[in-house]
Design a protein around this ligand. Structure first.
Ligand code: AMP
Length: 284
């Protein structure tokens, strides 16, 4: 696997790939890789793309400096895993390479409601920082396809909207959430869970699956949400939100309707670790 720290070196290699008629499949990450990340690389390879990953802990998307400081970093472990799944190249830049001093690369699109609800309410500035880094990385890598996980459902929705608004020539491929055997969504942050909180955390998936059953049984959404919050709290977690939303607009869903794309999204604290997860309750 080729490892690049500089944009010019990465670009030279990418040009060579394109000259050979290859398509680039790109999976941006923040490292501390697990099977969820690797599934994106596998998906790219299955489509016949030359898989390129990036590892960059983007300071712009951390609203909490402590969260940024404590974010797990394990580059050697990550390199090994990427090698094993057949990733062709890794871009691992320093902050100054991505955001050169004096250059304002901020994405200032107004995503309206999409960035105001759920994660947007609890993590001010997070999505602007995320959009800025994704746009910047896409400008550098210029992939044919961008592979991202449904684990970050709101992020996926906002990236889709950004690509549409900026008419960027890249196909967004949404990959299903990879879970531990007990249902906990894989996340780099799981590494920071205490043993007690690691045992409590699968309640998130239990709450989501129960919400799906309730929803399909036409349980009123308010009641379903109360039950979910109760499940999380009884396990010793501190829920921040549990929302049932339209999967396209992220507007709240009040009651079951046929043919609506509906997703339950939640964030909960497990001790001092903030976890997010979601489940599609009904395909559109
Ligand atoms: P992160 O390193 O957390 O920024 O995630 C990088 C990419 O991996 C994003 O597109 C995430 O949605 C995706 N991802 C993270 N965890 C999972 C998971 N458990 N299953 C599938 N994709 C994931």
């Amino acid at each position: 696997m080729h490892v690049f720290k500089k944009i010019t070196d990465l670009r030279a290699w990418l040009s060579e790939q394109r000259r050979r008629g290859e398509h680039i499949g790109f999976a941006p990450t923040m490292g501390a890789l697990h099977e969820g990340h690797l599934s994106l690389i596998r998906a790219a390879k299955a489509r016949g793309d030359v898989a390129v990953a990036s590892i960059f802990v983007n300071p712009l998307q951390f609203n909490d400096p402590e969260d940024l400081r404590r974010y797990p970093r394990m580059p050697e472990h990550d390199l090994l895993l990427l090698e094993q799944v057949g990733c062709a190249a890794l871009f691992m830049p320093e902050v100054e390479e991505v955001y050169p001093q004096g250059e304002d690369l901020t994405v200032r699109l107004d995503f309206g409601h999409l960035t105001q609800v759920m994660e947007g309410r609890f993590r001010p500035g997070h999505f602007q920082g995320m959009a800025t880094v994704v746009k910047r990385l896409l400008d550098i890598v210029k992939p044919s396809r961008l592979y991202m996980g449904q684990k970050d459902f709101q992020q996926l929705t906002i990236v889709a909207e950004m690509l549409r608004r900026l008419a960027m020539p890249v196909e967004l491929v949404a990959c299903p959430t990879v879970r531990e055997p007990d249902g906990l969504a894989m996340s780099s942050r799981n590494l920071r869970l205490t043993p007690a909180m690691r045992s409590a955390a699968p309640a998130i998936f239990r709450a989501l699956t129960a919400a799906k059953t309730d929803f399909l049984n036409r349980t009123p959404v308010e009641l379903l949400k109360q039950r979910a919050i109760q499940t999380l709290q009884s396990a010793g977690l501190q829920p921040e939100y549990f929302e049932v939303v339209d999967g396209h607009t992220l507007l709240p869903v009040e009651h079951w309707q046929p043919k609506q794309f509906v997703v339950a999204c939640t964030a909960a604290w497990a001790g001092d670790v903030r976890l997010i997860d979601n489940l599609i309750l009904q395909e559109g």
